[in-house]
Structures are given as structure tokens and as C-alpha cells.
Design a binder for this molecule. Structure first.
Ligand code: FE
Ligand code: FE
Ligand code: ZN
Length: 281
């Protein structure tokens, strides 16, 4: 079965997220562990999580992909911003253990003029401080569009972070189709070469999830403006190839497209159909 879903609001708790996913026809989903613009996280209710886990098990669905807040910047030039990043990251990892064995994805960070090398070192510092032996979560570095001073604009930068992480077996990568396209990887005309390059630089065994987004802008634009599937410059045919690619087809696909519920339902069913699944009643 295709693993596909969208972002879902975590405001009403875990069981509500599970039910919303089912409503959308999703078999995985992403959610922000706290307000995406920052702030504190609500306490987890064990009974709420328990109901979600029971629902997910009953359905036979696999991993979910949590997303760290956008404001989390491990390589800010401001010490208090880096401190918030460490605190929020650690708290989120503790929270993730209520849903054991899933994914926690984060944007590596923006070095804001400190330079790529310093940025990479500070991101690795965060990971070396926060990851711990007993955790069951896999932390995913997201491939970035290279807007401003974002780290992760190419596969080499992610590899450089991974090389510095002690518990690197806890680490994986989430490939965002809009971001890699904006970053200059031609997944429309050279998907095979891009996958090979990922394998050569990072290793396909690290690839754990796909953020499936079209892009409003052109190859190498470094803009990071998501579009609905088939409505941007990547285009529908490229997505059909992406979801069928043998190295990608088993991964969870997460939509981060500008949509409402009806739009995500439509995208999920379109993609399922293209994958070769018809909606079961
Ligand atoms: Fe992201
Ligand atoms: Fe993304
Ligand atoms: Zn993006």
C-alpha cells in the first residue's frame, strides 16, 4: 500500500490526528510537535496517544513523520535562539517516545552569515547533545531549497552533518521534492541521476521519507514556494515517475502543498490512483 498523507494539525491531540488522517484517505501524516512558529508544546495525554496507537495498529499503518518548528535554528548567531533549539529539540525527542519508532524531521538551520562550516558544526553540536542511545526515533535532516543562508542546500552539506554525528545510526534524511528542485537537482529530466547522486553522497539507506511538493519556481531558483501537485514547475508526469521509482516507492510521501482538506483528499486519491491503487470503499 502506498504510504501517503498530508500535514495534520496537532491542536486536538493524537487520536484526532489519526481520525483526520483516515478522513483524508491517508496512511501516514506529518504534524508539528508544537506551533510551527515556535512556542511551547502541550503536555501529552497517555490515553490520547494510546487510542491513536491502537487505531494505527488496527489499520496496519506505518511510520508518521513529525516536523520540528520552523523557528528551531541550531545555527543561529544568537545564543538564546540556539538554546531554544536545544531545549525544544530535546523536549520533542522525549515527546516522540510516546509514539515509539517514528520519524522526527527538522530543517537543519540557517547560518545567518556565520558561514557554512560554523553552521554545520553547530547543527552537529545540537545532535550530539540531544540524541541518546535509548531513543527509538529516527531524526531526519530535510533537504533544503538553499533560500538565504539555509544549510542543506545540497547533499554534500547533509553528508557533512551526518559525518559529525556520534549516534549517526539515529539519523536519516527526508527529501523534499520542491526543495531539491529549487536547489538545482533536476528531478524532472534527470531523476535517475539525482537518485544516484543521493546514493553516492549520502547513501540511499539514509533516505526515510519524501516531502512531495510541486514548486512555483524554476530549477535552481532557491525560492522555496510550494505548489499543489501538478500545478507547479515540476509537473504531474515527474511526480508519477517519482512515486514509482524503485528507490522511493516504499517511502512515506508527505504532502506540504497549499491546500485545504478537500484539496489534500483529492491529491491523495490522485496519487494513489497513479500508484496503481483504487480507492476501496
Ligand atoms: Fe520542512
Ligand atoms: Fe518540507
Ligand atoms: Zn519548503
Amino acid at each position: 500500500m502506498m504510504k501517503i498523507g498530508s500535514h495534520i494539525s496537532s491542536a486536538k491531540g493524537y487520536e484526532a490526528m489519526g481520525k483526520q488522517a483516515l478522513k483524508l484517505g491517508a496512511s501516514t501524516f506529518a504534524f508539528f510537535t508544537r506551533n510551527p512558529r515556535g512556542g511551547s508544546a502541550k503536555a501529552v495525554s497517555e490515553s490520547d496517544v494510546g487510542k491513536f496507537l491502537a487505531l494505527w495498529k488496527e489499520k496496519g499503518y506505518g511510520k508518521i513523520v513529525a516536523h520540528a518548528p520552523y523557528t528551531l535554528n541550531a545555527c543561529s548567531d544568537k545564543a538564546e535562539v540556539r538554546r531554544f533549539a536545544h531545549e525544544a529539540f530535546s523536549e520533542d525527542l522525549a515527546r516522540m517516545e510516546y509514539t515509539p519508532g517514528n520519524y522526527y524531521n527538522f530543517h537543519p538551520g540557517s547560518h545567518v552569515g556565520q558561514g557554512v562550516e560554523t553552521g554545520i558544526r553547530q547543527i552537529a553540536d545540537l545532535l550530539n547533545e540531544c540524541l541518546y542511545e535509548e531513543m527509538t526515533t529516527t531524526v531526519l535532516l530535510e533537504t533544503m531549497a538553499g533560500k538565504g543562508s539555509e544549510i542543506g542546500r545540497n547533499f554534500e552539506e547533509l553528508r557533512a552533518i551526518l559525518d559529525k554525528v556520534r549516534l549517526s545510526e539515529k539519523m536519516g534524511v527526508c527529501l523534499d521534492t520542491c526543495h531539491v528542485w529549487d536547489g538545482g537537482y533536476d528531478i524532472v529530466n534527470r531523476l535517475e541521476e539525482v537518485v544516484e547522486e543521493f546514493d553516492r553522497v549520502i547513501g540511499l539507506k539514509r533516505l526515510k521519507a519524501i516531502h512531495i511538493n510541486d514548486s512555483m519556481n524554476g530549477l535552481g531558483s532557491h525560492k522555496d514556494r510550494h505548489a499543489r501537485i501538478g500545478e507547479g514547475q515540476i509537473g504531474w508526469e515527474a511526480f508519477v515517475r517519482i512515486i514509482h521509482h524503485p528507490a522511493l516507492r516504499e517511502l512515506p510521501f508527505i504532502l506540504e502543498t497549499p491546500n485545504d482538506d478537500a484539496g489534500w483528499m483529492k491529491e491523495i486519491s490522485m496519487l494513489r490512483e497513479a500508484y496503481g491503487e483504487t480507492k476501496k470503499e
